[in-house]
Design a protein around this ligand. Structure first.
Ligand code: ZN
Length: 320
């Protein structure tokens, strides 16, 4: 990481503000909450955003733990937490924003005169992403699948400091993500994918807090030695496996992200809820596969939905 700017010391303590977006049809104001923890010493302003997708609560849980455990006195610079970047989507447990049904994370940097999701993305870009010195955006697997990996985008050690076993360096990032807004500014940026599905998220939250605290050390916002995780696996190619037909997705067996699967193996049957026939069987796509996202029990699935994600083990590399 090129040294982050040491902003002059501000008044230490905990604070809160909102970023106004719009007025809803009902007259209620739509605004994005931001919680701030400010240290007494100069240092960088680290931004952490969560719930750009409203069915990914894990980042909110991680932000809450950070808010509860990080003391202003321990911090150099500040930590800005955006626990709920898409409040309407959170209310509906929906990936997309309910009013326009758009995926906000394909619309950054947004537009002040666009769809509501675009207006919201614009407000977040202006009021948050453009105001921080580095950014961690937390995502998860959503309602049914679960994941555990971290993107490598423009600062490899920053991403590694989250301590995921799996990292992913895409050839090109999806356009319109919050990452694209941050990358355009040239600030260190990473996207974390952690947890999801119907199980206790406590372990993910614990790992998430540990990872973010380690990134804060790396960024110089917290004192202490940066923890190093040996043998992290870097994936260059990930295949999203989407069924052509909907129904029940019935996995062959539960899978943990990071598991290696050799050769072509069945992962799950898509079963018709009307006839109980198997409509299609999803199988591993690569010669050597690394589980990135999985569904661990029978769940409803729509055609085209995220069923599994597999990394290509043949092109992956290990860090020391
Ligand atoms: Zn997401």
């Amino acid at each position: 990481m090129t040294p982050l700017p040491a902003r002059p010391a501000e008044r230490p303590g905990r604070g809160r503000f909102t970023i106004p977006v719009s007025t809803l049809a009902s007259g209620y104001p739509l605004a994005i909450p931001v919680l701030t923890i400010t240290g007494a010493r100069p240092g960088p302003r680290v931004g952490l955003s969560a719930m750009i997708h409203g069915d990914e609560i894990e980042g909110l849980l991680i932000a809450r733990e950070l808010w509860r455990t990080i003391e202003p006195a321990d911090l150099a610079g500040s930590l800005w937490l955006m626990p709920v970047a898409n409040p309407l989507a959170m209310e509906m447990i929906s990936r997309n924003t309910p009013i326009d049904m758009l995926d906000m994370n394909r619309l950054f940097p947004g537009a002040p005169d666009g769809w509501l999701s675009e207006q919201q993305a614009h407000a977040i870009t202006q009021g948050f992403i453009n105001e921080v010195d580095c950014l961690i955006d937390i995502h998860a697997g959503g309602t049914f699948p679960w994941v555990d990996y971290c993107y490598v985008l423009n600062d490899e050690p920053f991403s590694r400091a989250f301590l995921s076993a799996l990292l992913y360096k895409p050839a090109t990032m999806y356009p319109g993500t919050s990452a694209a807004s941050a990358l355009a500014r040239g600030i260190p940026m990473t996207v974390v994918e952690i947890g999801g599905g119907y199980h206790d998220q406590a372990e993910h939250v614990k790992n998430g807090v540990r990872g973010v605290v380690n990134m804060l050390r790396y960024a110089g916002a917290l004192a202490g030695v940066v923890e190093h995780r040996a043998r992290q696996l870097l994936l260059h190619d990930i295949r999203v496996m989407r069924p052509r037909q909907g129904g029940l997705c019935v996995p062959v067996r539960p899978l943990v992200p990071g598991t290696w699967i050799e050769g072509s193996q069945p992962l799950a049957d898509i079963v018709s809820p009307q006839t109980f026939e198997t409509l299609e069987t999803l199988t591993t796509p690569f010669e050597r596969n690394v589980v990135v996202l999985s569904r661990n029990y029978a769940t409803r699935i729509n055609p085209g939905d995220y069923a599994f994600m597999m990394g290509d083990g043949s092109t992956a590399s290990w860090y020391d």
